[in-house]
Structure formats: C-alpha cells, structure tokens
Design a binder for this molecule. Structure first.
Ligand code: NAP
Length: 273
C-alpha cells in the first residue's frame, strides 16, 4: 500500500494492523508509521516509499517478498492534486503530477506483475476519483492524471485477466482527508481564470467539511470488500456524492454520445460539404 502517512492510506493501514492482516505499509516518511510497526511487529512491515523513486519501489516489493512471501494485493493509493487551469500549470507541474499519480502506480505494477503471472493470481487496486471521468475548472492536471490512471487499470484488466490478475479502479467521491489542504497551487495564476476556478479551489480546500463528504472509516471496508471478492468489478464508484457529480456527468456524456449518433456525427455525410 502506498501513501499511508495520512488520510485513506493511514486508515487502511490501521484497519489491517488491527485485524492482524500481513501488510507492507509505506510512506515517504516511514516515521509516520512507526507506531503501527511497533504494535504489530509480526504482521506490519514499514517501508520508506516515494512512488517517484524506482529504488524505493523495488525495495518495498522485495520487502513484501522477504517478510510475507509476496504481494497478493497492491493498493496504489498515494497521490495529490495539482491545482490550476490548462494555461496556468507549467509543464514541470504537469510532469510532477503524472510522476506521482500515474507513473508511480505503473512502476509498482510493472515490478509486481512478474510474480502475479508466475502465480497466476494477484489484484491491483487503483485509487482514482470522480475526476477520473470528469473534470472541474482548475483540476486539469489532476483530472488528466486520474483519467490516465483509469486507462492503466482498464488496460491491465484486458491484458492480464487470463493470467489470473484482477484489476479494480476505485472511483472515489470526496473523503474527509488532507487531500484538499494538500492541493498544490500553480506558481503562475492568471486572473481571467479566477471566476471559474476559485469556487472549486475553496470547495476542495474545505472538502473535509462538505455535507456529502464520505467518512474515512469506510475506505478500509471498501478495499477489504473488493479484495475479498473472487470476481471484483473493474470500477467501483464510491461515496456519498457519487450521484451528485459522477453519475450526472456520465449520464450527460452518454446522452451527448447518443445525440452524436442520432445526428450522424460519426458518418461521412456529416463531414461532406
Ligand atoms: N480525499 C478525497 O476526497 C479523494 C477523492 C478521490 C480520490 N482521492 C485519492 O485518494 C488518494 C489518497 O488521498 P487522501 O485523500 O488520503 O489524501 P492525503 O491525506 O493527502 O493522503 C495522500 C497520501 O499520498 C502520499 N503521497 C503524495 N505524494 C506521494 C509520493 N510521491 N510518494 C508516496 N506518497 C505520496 C502522501 O504522503 P505525504 O504525507 O508524504 O505527503 C499521503 O500519504 C489519492 O490518490 C487521492 O487522489 C482522494
């Protein structure tokens, strides 16, 4: 599991520790998990893991092999939000966002897949967001990272199901964590975008107080439910606000697609002058 210093990852780590599951729990600062390792030395192993660091990724995978004989379930949870419009975010800010939210999970999967192919079993759980299927003003880089993450999970399902590999994407609504306060603002702001973005920024910063926010305690239950399923679904939309945002966005997209077909936008006639 990645990103266990706080929020959803910490809640899952505590839950697994309490119930005696074997787990390698990881964080950029492993001191944040020392209490769990001390209280549960036989079942909880801690690794320093910044998902951007290839050597640390490999060391964490190796530790799971040494301590527990391998990895059954990989939970790619670590992530953050880069705020800013398409024009405001710099190329470096986009690269940083993708390095953590997309390439980190991909890197770990690449390291774990050989053992899953050999065993003909394994389960990838990717922590995505409603922003994996819809964007909001100012969430361009974050939405791109989560859209791409969902492409990763979907590709894995198609490519490796016959090898016994399961792939699940958790499409989470708002949870009361430090995600909102950790949101990184771009170095460059452009006043013209403020009218569209500022409400989203304020709303995301206050996500923990939002009336539809989902309690963090439900996240470990969700992961455990999915991990225990013989045939888990590829996508699990989860949270109190899913109907408000994700369901509405997906229905609108579906309607738009049907409208495109009805108007013949997919045909040669539509483009022929
Ligand atoms: N909370 C929500 O409303 C919500 C909704 C949908 C999806 N999500 C997703 O849920 C996941 C967990 O977020 P959260 O809500 O629990 O927020 P959080 O409390 O801010 O936790 C984020 C975790 O990711 C870690 N992290 C960030 N960059 C990392 C890196 N390069 N390498 C390793 N760890 C890194 C953080 O570690 P440090 O302490 O070292 O920074 C922290 O442990 C994220 O992928 C987020 O996109 C959250």
């Amino acid at each position: 599991m990645t990103g266990c210093s706080s929020g959803l990852g910490r809640a899952l780590a505590e839950n697994l520790a309490r119930t005696g599951e074997q787990a390698v729990v990881t964080a950029r600062n492993p001191a944040t998990l020392a209490d769990l390792a001390e209280a549960h030395p036989a079942t909880i192993a801690v690794a320093a893991l910044d998902v951007r660091d290839e050597a640390q990724c490999q060391a964490a995978v190796d530790l799971a092999g040494e301590r527990f004989g391998g990895i059954d379930v990989l939970v790619n949870n670590a992530g953050y939000g880069q705020f800013g419009s398409v024009e405001e975010v710099s190329e470096q800010e986009v690269r940083d966002q993708l390095e953590t939210n997309l390439l980190g999970p991909w890197r770990l999967l690449r390291m774990v897949l050989p053992q899953w192919r050999e065993r003909r079993s394994g389960h990838s759980i990717l922590v995505s967001s409603t922003c994996g299927s819809m964007s909001l003003p100012g969430l361009s880089a974050y939405a791109v990272s989560k859209f791409a993450l969902e492409g990763l999970g979907e590709s894995l399902a198609l490519e490796a199901a016959h090898l016994g590999v399961k792939s699940t994407i958790l499409q989470l609504g708002g949870f009361a964590t430090s995600y909102g306060t950790s949101l990184v603002e771009p170095a460059r702001r452009i006043e013209d975008y403020a009218v569209a973005e500022d409400g989203v920024l304020a709303g995301t910063r206050a996500i923990a107080d939002y009336e539809f926010t989902t309690p963090v305690e439900l996240f470990p239950l969700l992961v455990r439910k999915v991990a225990a399923m013989a045939e888990p679904p590829l996508r699990v939309p989860f949270g109190r606000d899913i109907e408000v945002y994700l369901a509405a966005a997906l229905r609108a997209r579906h309607q738009d697609f049907e409208q495109a077909l009805a108007e013949g936008r997919h045909t040669a006639e539509w483009v022929t002058p």
